[in-house]
Design a protein. Structure first.
Length: 223
């Protein structure tokens, strides 16, 4: 599948109503997990919409690479991988991936999730950031989907959403180092064949966006 077709397939999955993302008939635990995400993960950069994109793109890339994933594992990890970015799970002195992996069991247990699959969910959550090395297929495709969500137009939108509208930090100029770091570090950490096919266009789009932003703000001075 060509990169553009793969991207369109992922976008089509995101556009599907949430209930249709589950297997047929829908598994009740999935509704509970997504409802938990909606209630607890309210943020424009790593809230429910980010989880929706990660889940859809991971599925699309694995299908392109003809890699079979455990969809229970992928769904749970996609919707709970960032929970430690939010209270009461947040621990600022620890990596949010590790904290989320440690607490995800207590969130999943009451939902009816098949807990024998918990270790793979924990691995996928622990390894989802681009600077981690995935060890199971579900980790690989969640890892790459999450990395690609830092690039392209959506990557720019997510980082700019971090700017404090009330004059606090980070302000507009304060988020620039994050954009530059993502552009510098993320592309080389996209590891799957399908992810590598998508990466150049998303990398180049973000680079062009930053170039245009610099031109329109006197080298970011008036941002």
């Amino acid at each position: 599948m060509r990169p553009m077709n793969l991207l369109l397939a992922a976008l089509a999955l995101v556009a599907i109503p949430a209930a249709a993302l589950a297997d047929s008939p829908p598994l009740d635990w999935r509704g509970k997990v997504r409802a938990f995400n909606i209630e607890h993960c309210k943020h424009p950069a790593w809230g429910t919409s980010h989880s929706d994109r990660d889940y859809a793109l991971a599925k699309a890339m694995a299908a392109t690479d003809r890699v079979a994933l455990d969809d229970d594992v992928l769904f749970a990890a996609a919707y709970l991988h960032d929970i430690a970015a939010f209270k009461p799970y947040e621990k600022p002195d620890l990596d949010h991936s590790d904290v989320a992996a440690d607490v995800v069991g207590e969130i999943l247990a009451p939902t009816g999730f098949p807990m024998a699959k918990l270790p793979k969910v924990q691995a996928a959550i622990r390894e989802h950031m681009y600077y981690r090395m995935p060890t199971v297929p579900e980790s690989l495709y969640l890892h790459d989907a999450d990395a690609l969500d830092w690039l392209g137009a959506i990557g720019a939108a997510r980082i700019m959403a971090l700017a404090d509208p009330n004059g606090g930090q980070p302000d507009g100029p304060g988020v620039l180092p994050m954009l530059k770091e993502n552009l510098r570090d993320v592309p080389a950490r996209v590891l799957s064949p399908a992810g590598k096919a998508l990466m150049p266009a998303k990398r180049d789009l973000l680079a062009k966006w930053m170039e245009t932003l610099a031109a329109e703000t006197d080298g970011y001075k008036t941002l």
